[in-house]
Design a protein around this ligand. Structure first.
Ligand code: TXA
Ligand code: MG
Length: 355
């Protein structure tokens, strides 16, 4: 990676009605092969012209992203898919009608013109239409589909606010569009439509329940449930990497709430006794841990959407606090809770305690 810092333009825009001149400027940067971070309804993305392989290559450099991890292409119109996908199945049409714009990424057979940097050499391409006025305006202004992973350094929690992008990528990218906090808080659901039965490779804002109501049978990838990859070649290359990791090691504790609470209290006391500061990731309707560590409340246990919205900010808070270890309470893997638990398991990197 080159050590050269570049001057990152910071551009504030109105979330609902982004200013035309700001969007035009950011669109020009993309057309010129530059990198622009922008808000979506899930997390902030780091965009490049998806038709320009060199521009997309710069994304990998800026993020420190492993080269075999393909990138989602963002569109503002369905007609942009014609140049990206070799074919669009009936199931894909049904899903786009139901969930676009929105937090659903679908994997289709790739068209021949898609740069290898986007697909990482796979024969498929991931596409989505974000449900965010700033993202849609930017893609329209660029006049090209926009390849965009989450706008964080590889391995760090995804950014849900422009300040998170500044923390990770200032000096490495051309511009940041600050359109306020992202809404959903976890990344889009990635659904592979090229397999016989549609399969969720990454749980996200659209739940398995919602997809099944539309398509009938939908599977969830084993690695997406376990949170780590034990096979040698995961279907979604990104899933084999450690993700969403705060600096301190994170232990995920699952089970009934009272049992989880007493286990965390016990472990946090041991840490405190050894002179170490424990961080505790919990929910507003939970036990009081304030006597044993630094508490961050991510949302309400019975409303997993609220936890999704606060999760990555919470993980970044622990970095700011400088805690030595983090204990996180598990959630029920229902609805968006499946996506939250997937991210917590990945952040835990296998350190999961069932009580
Ligand atoms: O919500 C989101 O999806 C955000 C916003 C910015 O749109 N983007 C995002 O991108 O999360 P990223 O790069 O952080 O995650 C993309 C995931 C990775 O796990 C990658 O491996 C997978 O999608 N993916 C991309 N193209 C794929 C393909 N052709 N086949 C299988 N998996 C693919
Ligand atoms: Mg990411």
């Amino acid at each position: 990676m080159s050590g050269n810092r570049i001057n990152t333009r910071y551009i504030k825009v109105d979330q609902a009605h982004p200013e035309a001149d700001a969007i035009a400027e950011a669109g020009l940067i993309l057309r010129g092969g530059g990198l622009v971070a922008f808000p979506t309804e899930t997390v902030y993305g780091l965009g490049a012209d998806a038709t320009n392989g060199l521009a997309v290559a710069r994304i990998f450099e800026a993020k420190g992203r492993p080269p075999d991890n393909p990138i989602i292409v963002h569109v503002a119109f369905r007609s942009q898919l014609n140049a990206l996908a070799a074919s669009i199945s009936a199931a894909a049409e049904i899903l786009m009608d139901a969930f676009w714009p929105g937090p659903l990424t679908i994997i289709l057979p790739a068209g021949t013109g898609v740069p290898e940097a986007v697909t990482a050499g796979l024969t498929t391409v991931a596409v989505r239409m974000p449900d965010h006025p700033v993202a849609l305006a930017l893609i329209k202004a660029a006049g090209v589909p926009v390849a965009a992973p989450s706008a964080n350094l590889s391995g760090k929690p995804s950014p849900t606010r422009a300040e998170h992008v500044v923390q990770d990528l200032d000096g490495r990218i051309d511009a940041i569009l600050d359109g306020g906090p992202a809404g959903v808080g976890v990344e889009s659901t990635v659904l592979d439509l090229t397999s016989q039965v549609p399969i969720i490779l990454r749980p996200g804002g659209i739940t398995p329940e919602e997809l099944r109501a539309c398509l009938g049978r939908v599977e969830v990838d084993r690695d997406a449930i376990s949170g780590y990859c034990d096979g040698e070649s995961p279907r979604s290359p990104g899933m084999k990497y450690t993700h969403y990791a705060p600096r301190a090691p994170l232990l995920l504790v699952t089970g009934s709430q009272p049992a989880v609470a007493s286990k965390i209290l016990e472990m946090a006391r041991v840490e405190a006794g050894g002179g170490r500061r424990a961080g505790i990731l919990t929910y507003s309707d939970s036990s009081d841990y304030s006597t044993v560590g630094e508490v961050v409340v991510a949302g309400r246990r019975d409303k997993p959407e609220t936890v999704a919205a606060g999760l990555y900010s919470a993980l970044r808070r622990f970095n700011e606090m400088g805690v030595d270890i983090i204990f996180a309470e598990g959630l029920e893997e229902k609805g968006v809770g499946l996506a939250v638990m997937n991210r917590l398991k990945k952040a835990a990197g296998g350190r999961i305690i069932k009580v």
